[in-house]
Structure formats: C-alpha cells, structure tokens
Design a protein around this ligand. Structure first.
Ligand code: SF4
Length: 172
C-alpha cells in the first residue's frame, strides 16, 4: 500500500511536469497553418502554456500537431512520423480537414487522421480560432495530468498485462 501510494504520487508529479513542457512537432499542410501561427505571437502567447518551442524532428517532440488536410499520399508519412516520436506522446487534430476530411469528400483525402493514428484532442472549425487552440491545449494538459491519453493508457495496460503474467499484481 505504501509503495503503491508513493509510486502514484510520483506518477502524478511526472504527469504535472509533462503537461507544462510540451514540445510540438507541427505537421502543417494547409490553410489552418495561418491560425496555428497566430498562437505563437504575443497576442495569444502560447508560451504561457509551456508549449512554445516547435521541434522539427519527431525524436525531439512529444506533441504531434496535425494541422490541415491530410491526403491519402501523406497519411503513411504522418504515420511514420507518429511512430518516430518517443513514448509518451500526444496527438491533436487541428481543424475539420484533419479531423474528418472536411469538405473534401473525394478519393484523395483521408477522412480523418484517426484512421491512421490515435488522436487525443480534436479541434473543430474551419479554421479553428487561436482561442480554440489554447482551449484544446488546456484540455490536453488535463488529460496528461489524469493519465488519460492514448499513450499513457496504452502504457498502463501493458504494465498491467506484464504484472498479471508475472503474478505480481497488487492485491486490493
Ligand atoms: S479546416 Fe478549413 S482552414 Fe483548415 S485546412 Fe481545412 S479548409 Fe483550410
């Protein structure tokens, strides 16, 4: 019980640190990029949320921000980039095009990036406003703190499965 309590507190502290040090990989393909750029300026100031440093290598990032239309040809590239980001990692789908294909109802556009990679937060709108982006960021931070993202849940399931196989699951 004591050990469980200590590791639980430690996990909370680590999640707290993670949520305020987000390193974004901006996968920007289309017009949503204009609104995305607005949040980096002094008016909206994304630095207040600890997420101001973009990283252009997936190996140095933990937040994949998918901004704009994703075509069927780009989808495998997006998946590759997602796989190159170290765990734990988070994904935000920015705008209706990334989330559902938007108004491009044709053969060449992926009708939602969640067909390719898991998404933690969706931002609606065409394009979304900077306020919506900040709102989504706060929502993501809450999910990280609660360990409720795809990546964190997947890790916990793996740990649980491993402990169950080893017979070391704590008795409640
Ligand atoms: S959601 Fe609208 S603004 Fe964003 S990429 Fe699609 S068409 Fe452009």
């Amino acid at each position: 019980m004591g050990l469980e309590f200590t590791t639980g507190r430690l996990a909370d502290t680590v999640s707290w640190a993670r949520k305020y040090s987000l390193f974004q990989y901006p996968f920007v393909t289309a017009c949503c990029g204009m609104e995305f750029m607005a949040v980096w300026g002094p008016r909206f100031d994304i630095a207040r949320f600890g997420a101001e440093f973009p990283r252009f290598s997936p190996r140095q990032a933990d937040l994949l921000m998918v901004v704009g239309t994703i075509t069927e040809r780009q989808a495998p590239i997006l998946k590759r980039i997602y796989e190159q980001i170290c765990e734990p990692k988070w994904v935000v789908s920015f705008g209706v095009c990334a989330s559902s294909g938007g108004f491009y109802q044709n053969y060449s556009v992926t009708p939602g990036i969640d067909l390719v990679i898991p998404v933690d937060v969706y931002i609606p709108g065409c394009p979304p406003t900077p306020e919506q982006i900040l709102d989504a960021l706060v929502m993501l931070q809450k999910k990280i703190q609660d360990r409720d993202t795809w990546s964190q849940r997947n890790y916990e399931i793996q740990e649980w499965t491993k402990k169950q196989a080893e017979g070391t699951l704590a008795k409640r």
